[in-house]
Write a protein that binds this ligand. Structure first.
Ligand code: ADP
Ligand code: MG
Length: 647
């Protein structure tokens, strides 16, 4: 217990304590200024890492939130004669609000389009700060006097301690957030946005909330920046700085608080690096050694290609040679940053922390805390009474892709408590049909009702809210998460603590409960022993079962299984049949798409057969097997009746 505490919190406390103690011994104002900046950039980069690291999006607008926060704080002080706390609160709020406003449209976009949207926002902000002269003073700049803090004027060291305390708070809050459902959701949505939505977690709203939070931290850092420099100029928040911030996050290591801290150290040191020749040479020499070491190691382990190993060495070599030749490194700053960023992106994509984490984890190996005992299944998946009434009704459903009539007028009725088989040759429209039902596609036409209520269309999220859960023919597990976390992320109604309280660490109780619940579902599917195993390391069969456990976490009324036995060996198929029986015994209605006819015969009461997007037969397994149209449809394919067809 104590060892755990020392190992997990010790390094943080040691570094913070060390930083906090420095002003007691060092009075040099320049050094103190650098330390203050370190704390401010620490907050800024933790905020940037939320989008760049955890959401995996290229965010080029963070510098704009720094600027907006700085001007918000500055204007509160100058125009409203507001105090210290008020100005910082205003800076944070402005970051939050503008971050939210940008996130709503921008996060509908992906990849390069998102990057461009954020770049436009940064440009727009810089221009506005410059041109709104009446408000901001334009290029003239804005001078402010630092208001007293709680009635006391702050000395340089006092201001530093305040910044450091805020940095420590942000660090702690972020750690709490990442250890909660929020952190799991971030990781899940990077691995599979589709499954994140289908599990009712909501990719988009998590992204928007995270972006707004990151921007709020940018705003807070901006407020501190303003109160630190006391003079604001629009050109401080330029594209140059954005590149340096990205360099900081990427070099330090994405998705890591320590990485953000290392990045902040780098950003603070960069100007000195450029003005001090010796420092520059030491740094670029170290960079060259690191590039050579990690490149060689990667080549030996065959994890990097020759280009990946060589390019950073060449880039760093250029820096070393350039450092000897060039008169004034300041003139080359952009080229230097570019070379550094390039080297890191190519040669050390996980950053210094990613690189060090493996070594450190061996050194400080920690068993994860013991899991609570599994909850009772009656609690996690309460048995439903199934009365045989109609649950899902599809009326003349059509889904066309251009000229392809994937689903062409399907009507179907699934009764409550049934295991309803859905079979048909390859390409007959089975997956498309369930994709429409589960909200992945918006149907071309037709009607879908669940218990008489119209099902929403085209939204996995909203259909999930109706009590429909599903697995995917092409696995959509959250590969980076453990088996337990895969199930935990989907648990319905398990997380009620609002985000501000989560930041304060108030979600631990519900986390423990969620672990117990998820464990019960893993045990139901025979994966209890694999709870801590990363999903990507599970066998293929176990991954398929994990998807079922995860879908059950939704406590679904209707569970759709799209070829759960595909690719499974015979013993695993038998296990699966047993598990499906157990699920059915809890009153969960299922649609089972399956190629193995013996599985279908064993489990299903009713079977619908599709061919060419149309229903060609429906009835008991025995009836459809004998149906002439079914026999005809399967001619040329593997035989429908009897033995298992191809996977
Ligand atoms: P099944 O699951 O029964 O094997 P699918 O539903 O995957 O069949 O496919 C039915 C038909 O629809 C196929 O011809 C397939 O090529 C087509 N199809 C499926 N999804 C799409 C899509 N997103 N865009 C275009 N065509 C598609
Ligand atoms: Mg399919």
């Amino acid at each position: 217990m104590l060892r755990r505490l020392v190992l997990t919190r010790g390094p943080e406390l040691a570094v913070l304590g060390f930083l906090a103690a420095i002003p007691l011994f060092v009075t040099n104002p320049y050094a103190l200024g650098l330390l203050t900046l370190l704390a401010i950039y620490g907050i800024l980069l933790i905020g940037l890492d939320v989008t760049v690291g955890y959401l995996g999006q290229v965010n080029l607008s963070h510098v704009a939130f720094l600027g907006l926060g700085a001007y918000a704080a500055g204007l509160v002080v100058v125009r409203l004669h507001g105090g210290f706390t008020f100005s910082l609160a205003a800076a944070t709020l402005v970051g939050l609000v503008f971050g939210g406003l940008l996130a709503f449209p921008a996060l509908r976009l992906e990849g390069p389009q998102f990057a461009l949207a954020t770049l436009s926002f940064a440009t727009l902000t810089a221009t506005a700060l410059n041109e709104l002269e009446a408000l901001t003073g334009g290029a003239q700049g804005l001078s402010i006097l630092r208001p007293p803090f709680l009635g006391h004027p702050l000395s340089a060291s006092g201001f530093f301690w305040l910044c450091l305390a805020l940095f420590a708070l942000v660090w702690m809050a972020m750690r709490n957030l990442l250890a909660s459902q929020w952190g799991r959701a971030f990781e899940a949505l990077r691995d599979s946005p589709i499954a994140t939505d289908a599990m009712g977690v909501g990719t988009y709203r998590h992204k928007v909330a995270a972006f707004a939070l990151g921007s709020a931290l940018g705003g807070l850092a901006g407020g501190l920046y303003a109160l630190n420099f006391l003079y604001l100029q629009p050109q401080s928040y330029s594209y140059d700085l954005m590149v340096i911030l990205l360099l900081g996050v990427v070099l330090g290591g994405r998705m890591s608080l320590w990485g953000a801290f290392l990045g902040a150290c780098l950003v603070v040191l960069l100007p000195n690096l450029l003005s001090n020749r010796l420092l520059f040479q030491v740094f670029s020499g170290l960079g060259l050694l690191l590039a050579a070491y990690s490149g060689t190691r990667g080549l030996v382990k065959k994890t990097t290609r020759p280009f990946q190993a060589l390019a950073p060495v060449v880039a760093m070599g250029l820096l070393v040679v350039g450092g000897l030749k060039v008169q004034n490194t300041e003139d080359w700053r952009k080229a230097i940053f570019a070379l550094m960023l390039f080297s890191v992106v190519v040669g050390l994509p996980e950053g210094v922390m990613g690189f060090a984490a493996k070594a450190l984890s061996k050194l400080f190996h920690l068993e994860p805390p013991a899991l609570p005992p599994a909850a009772s299944l009656d609690e996690v998946l309460p048995a439903r009474a199934s009365d045989g009434s109609s649950l899902l009704r599809l009326i003349d459903l059509k889904q066309y892709f251009g000229g392809v009539k994937a689903v062409d007028g399907v009507s179907m009725n699934v009764v409550s408590g049934a295991i309803h088989g859905l079979i048909g040759p390859n390409g007959s429209g089975k997956s498309t049909l369930v994709n429409v039902v589960s909200g992945l596609y918006t149907p071309t036409s037709g009607e879908m009702t669940l218990r008489g209520r119209l099902l929403p269309t085209g939204s996995l999220m909203r259909v999930a809210g109706f009590g429909v859960a599903r697995t995917f023919q092409n696995l959509q597990i959250f590969s980076g998460l453990s088996a337990l976390d895969n199930v935990m992320v989907a648990l319905r109604g398990a997380y009620r603590t609002p985000m501000p309280l989560v930041l304060l660490g108030a979600a631990r109780g519900e986390e423990r409960k969620a672990q117990a619940d998820a464990l019960a579902l893993l045990e139901l599917t025979g994966l209890g022993v694999d709870a801590r195993t990363p999903a990507k390391d599970l066998t293929y069969g176990s991954q398929r079962l994990l998807e079922i456990a995860r879908a059950l976490a939704r406590r679904p009324e209707l569970l759709i299984l799209d070829e759960p036995a595909a690719g499974l060996a015979h013993p695993d198929v038998m296990r699966l049949v047993e598990i499906i029986r157990r699920i059915a015994s809890r009153g969960v209605t299922m649609i089972l798409i399956e190629h193995h006819m013996d599985v279908v015969s064993e489990l299903c009461t009713t079977v619908t057969v599709l061919d060419g997007g149309r229903v060609i037969a429906e009835g008991t397994p025995d009836e459809v097997k004998r149906h002439p149209k079914v026999i005809e449809a399967y001619l040329g394919q593997a035989p429908a009746a009897g033995a298992a067809a191809e996977a």
